[in-house]
Design a protein. Structure first.
Lengths: 778, 154
């Protein structure tokens, strides 16, 4: 590297760095329809893989007879459990889910056999010729019955996945002292991630007897571990490459087509593509845990909380997936974002023969947030205190000790968020000012008669990143070189882009840290070290931290090896506008193109967040979390009491995001999360009757449309988190927590009804409003 | 079955199974994967295309119905490397997250603004209510419609 002072510098302002609304590099390709999703993959000569699934929620398999399908035209392979080369089961935390069922099926839709054929239609016909002899068993479908003595044992260890106990202070003593006590029981139906891009991918056999798997995922390395175990291949023979992901929301943490497609490719020696249809997708991934919850709140007459007792029962369905972590997360935050001196929280996750439940945006905190925020409104009613005022009187802050005994040492401006929410103006349009905005919308079912307006509030909190002692880390490699005279950074990381914008964030960070314009973020695959999952609202913090660390290492290396004008203290120089710049004078010392000459500088960095600990099994005490995020929401609703129809008029949210790397993308996360929370409050439920799904389609499982979504008013607080790169905090999940209870609290405010179960259906309102008791229950 | 249709201005032939949908022929036989396969029953709008200038869900059109017809897909919109104003607006407004709904929405918005250059809010919401998006909560999509409206009007 040469060193020479340049006196007439060319100053280039680096656009689209940290803190800007940088455009997503993949958006241009996506709007043209050229982005390759996992369902768009194609190889000449590829086969199509299809899955035979159990029609029964619980049955013994006496025999699987595939002879009827053998020799059918175009059919190349028919595989059952006998053909699984390695471990016959898989799972993220516990490998308890059969790759293909052998002797028992435990839920409707459990895979039993897979077929590869020249054409999907040939594969469909082959599936129809496989005969499975089931001895149908009585399914266990009520989570309340799962722990009873006469319940059938679905797994060798019994039906309890995990019981989380959190003991804080003395609830018995506090109950005796409480002046007002309210109890409420709340229920949540089964929500689905309903990502638009179905499970899909392509497995390509390699010459060394391995396989390249192109697939949608949220965590390539976790997939790899499970895939190689079942294929009985060494990890170096399997490469998993991220194909375009059509949304995830937790539903791609578990495997889908991964092992099946790989087995078919290895067996046939040909590329095999698998794509679930929408109906199969509803059977092909885990769902949000349905919940039955009891909350008891005690307070003084002036509205200070003295205790919270909560009992949560989550239906984990047939297999473990992430249930033991989801129930922990639900339990951690069951007392809400409040100062609670005494708490007793019992969280149970159980096995049933319902569809398996696992990760979905919010990861357990959604369920407890709905419960605790509903009961806070009930308490406010009993005390005669305004619901927002009650929340203000009990808001937690930095220094508050959580029920798990952990003091909050980072920012926790809960009071501030609530005050800002209170200061936001209410929508000035009265009900019925515009006919299409009334409940029922374009259906034109009311002209405003029978319509009541309600306002509701809710507060949400969640931990960011992995909790409970998991070593949370991400790795990134960055290379700085000169390409066509232009300083260029290349970034390699295995972080999964599922639409949230982590690609953009990585590019923004590299631009800012290395002071240049051109950044190439390479495709993610398992030949790159582990970045952890795109979940837990963690990627911007974790992979952002890794990219930042690698860039800093590059700066150090470039300057440490330099002589002449560049041989100065690292604190005096920065990279900016494609040059090394003196910080004090902002004068260019040397353009990067000259500093680097023909050399490339490459550095890797592994970023870890501060260690956490597991919680005590008896008391739930432990410093389990690295950071917390908070949001306060307000919902305004109009309700037609006669028909039970609801129009959400406006959502307002105040959220502390630490620091927004890309404010536009942060808003996108917030708005998208609110839409999913609205869906859970009013529309979305996978109806499971006797273990069977009744509505696995987009005709019958309703997600919010543009006609359902109200305007969202957003106020961002940006309090830098002291432990994170740039002070960022996670934003992926938080808005999805508090939107649901805010909406239901607004419905309660409008109607005076208790509305304990969500989603709230029109008949729950209309029948109850007419004084008919038939409204309750599923 | 041999299907012959004018696709994005060019006569194309596909030899496909009789039961195929237009969507499957576009995606699997003609290499036009821009139209997406999210529900395959006309609920989500991700496969929106024009058939003889009419907006349709390609998953609901039996391929043989498209024989001899004019089909235009999302791939037809960008010209000479330049994005269509609706495409440009989606990028600029931050209306693209995972992007799976995006091609269908681009086609639906282009169709709406072609028929109604200055739609009121209820018209926009009604027109796009057949296009599901799971990521954005629609706010940035509505922003994109207004950006595109201005760009097309100028």
């Amino acid at each position: 590297m040469r060193a020479r002072t340049i006196t007439s510098p060319r100053r280039v302002v680096v656009r689209e760095g940290v803190g800007t609304n940088a455009r997503h590099p993949d958006a241009t390709v996506k709007v043209k329809g050229e982005f390759v999703y996992s369902s768009d993959l194609h190889r000449d000569g590829m086969l199509w893989g299809l899955t035979l699934r159990s029609p029964h929620p619980y049955a013994r398999i006496r025999e699987i007879d595939v002879t009827g399908a053998r020799g059918m035209p175009g059919v190349r392979a028919i595989l059952t459990h006998r053909d699984v080369p390695g471990r016959k089961t898989y799972g993220m935390k516990v490998a308890d889910q059969p790759v293909l069922a052998s002797d028992v099926v435990r839920y409707q839709g459990e895979p039993v056999a897979v077929v590869a054929a020249d054409h999907p239609e040939a594969a469909r016909r082959a599936l129809a010729r496989i005969s499975v002899d089931y001895q149908v068993l009585e399914p266990l479908v009520d989570p309340r019955a799962a722990l009873e003595r006469d319940a059938p044992l679905l797994h060798p260890g019994g039906n309890l996945v995990r019981h989380v106990k959190i003991r804080h202070g003395d609830v018995e003593l506090a109950r005796a002292a409480a002046e007002v006590v309210v109890t409420g029981e709340y229920e949540i139906g089964m929500q689905d991630q309903a990502f638009l891009g179905p499970e899909s991918g392509l497995a390509v056999p390699t010459e060394d007897g391995g396989v390249d798997l192109y697939v949608s995922s949220q965590w390539l390395h976790e997939d790899l571990e499970q895939v190689v175990a079942s294929l009985a291949l060494p990890p170096e023979k399997v490469r998993i490459v991220l194909a375009g992901v059509g949304g995830a929301f937790g539903g791609r943490e578990d495997l889908s087509i991964h092992i099946h497609a790989s087995m078919l490719a290895l067996r046939t020696g040909r590329p095999v593509k698998m794509v679930y249809g929408r109906e199969e997708s509803f059977f092909g991934h885990v769902h949000r845990h349905p919940a039955l919850m009891r909350f008891e709140h005690g307070a003084t007459r002036d509205g200070k909380l003295v205790f919270v007792a909560a009992r949560l029962l989550l239906d984990g369905g047939a297999y473990t997936s992430t249930s033991q972590v989801v129930i922990a997360n639900a339990s951690y935050f069951a007392a809400g974002a409040y100062e609670v001196p005494n708490a007793r929280i019992d969280g149970f996750a159980v096995y049933t023969n319902n569809p398996p439940a696992g990760a979905m945006r919010g990861f357990g905190a959604v369920q407890s947030c709905y419960g605790v925020e509903s009961n806070m409104d009930k308490l406010a009613g009993a005390l005669g205190i305004d619901p927002l005022e009650l929340r203000l009187r009990n808001a937690m802050g930095t220094g508050t000790v959580l029920p798990t005994g952990q003091p909050i040492d980072g920012p926790a401006r809960v009071e501030d968020l609530l005050s800002r929410l209170r200061a936001m103006p209410l929508p000035d349009v009265p009900p019925g000012a515009e006919a299409w905005m009334l409940p029922g919308g374009h259906g034109n079912v009311t002209h405003g008669e029978g319509v009541r307006r309600g306002v509701g509030y809710a507060l949400g909190m969640k931990a960011i990143g992995y909790s409970g002692g998991a070593d949370d880390y991400s790795t990134a490699r960055v290379r700085l070189s000169v390409v066509d005279g232009e300083p260029t950074a290349e970034v390699w990381s295995a972080a999964v882009e599922c639409g949230q914008g982590i690609l953009t964030v990585q590019a923004q960070i590299a631009r800012t840290e290395l002071g240049l314009e051109t950044v190439i973020v390479h495709e993610a695959d398992t030949s790159i070290p582990n970045a952890g999952s795109s979940s837990a609202s963690r990627q911007t913090w974790m992979t952002g931290g890794a990219v930042k660390g690698a860039c800093e290492a590059i700066r150090r290396r470039v300057l440490q090896g330099a002589s002449g004008a560049l041989s100065r203290s690292l604190d005096e120089l920065m990279f900016e506008g494609g040059a090394v710049v003196e910080i004090r004078t902002r004068k260019v010392v040397m353009p990067l193109a000259e500093v680097l000459d023909d050399e490339a500088v490459e550095e890797s960095f592994e970023y870890h967040h501060r260690p956490t600990t597991s919680i005590d099994t008896e008391t739930g005490q432990g410093n389990a979390h690295v950071a917390f995020a908070f949001a306060a929401q307000r919902a305004v609703v109009d309700v037609d009491l006669d028909l039970g129809l609801v129009r959400v008029v406006e959502m307002a949210i105040a959220e502390d995001v630490g620091r927004a790397i890309n404010p536009l993308a942060v808003e996108g996360q917030i708005e998208g999360g609110i839409a999913q929370g609205l869906g859970l409050a009013l529309l979305e439920e996978l109806q499971v009757v006797h273990g069977k799904l009744r509505n696995p389609s987009f005709t019958d499982y309703l997600i919010p449309t543009v006609a359902d979504m109200p305007p969202v008013r957003i106020e961002l607080l940006q309090t830098p988190h002291p432990d994170s790169p740039y002070g960022v905090n996670g934003v992926g999940e938080l808005s999805a927590l508090s939107s649901t209870p805010a909406i239901v609290n607004a419905l309660r405010n409008a109607t005076g009804l208790s509305l304990l179960r969500i989603p709230v259906r029109p008949e729950d309102i209309a029948l109850a409003a007419r004084g008919t008791a038939a409204a309750a229950g599923p | 079955m041999i299907l012959r249709a004018r696709v994005n201005g060019e006569w194309r032939e596909a030899d496909s199974w009789l039961g195929s949908s237009l969507l499957s022929v576009l995606r699997e036989d003609l290499g036009l994967a821009g139209s997406k396969n999210a529900c395959e029953q006309g609920e989500c709008g991700s496969c929106s295309v024009w058939m003889d200038d009419e907006l349709v869900c390609a998953c609901l059109v039996l391929a043989i119905q498209a024989n001899g017809r004019e089909i235009r897909t999302v791939e037809s919109l960008a010209k000479d490397g330049n994005l269509h104003p609706v495409q440009e607006a989606f990028v600029k407004a931050g209306a693209v997250q995972c992007g799976f709904c995006t091609p269908g929405l681009i086609v639906a918005v282009a169709d709406l603004l072609r028929l109604n250059p200055h739609p009121g809010e209820p018209t926009v919401r009604e027109a796009l209510s057949g296009n599901l998006c799971r990521c954005t909560g629609y706010a940035k999509i509505l922003d994109a419609v207004r950006l595109a409206e201005r760009a097309l009007g100028s």
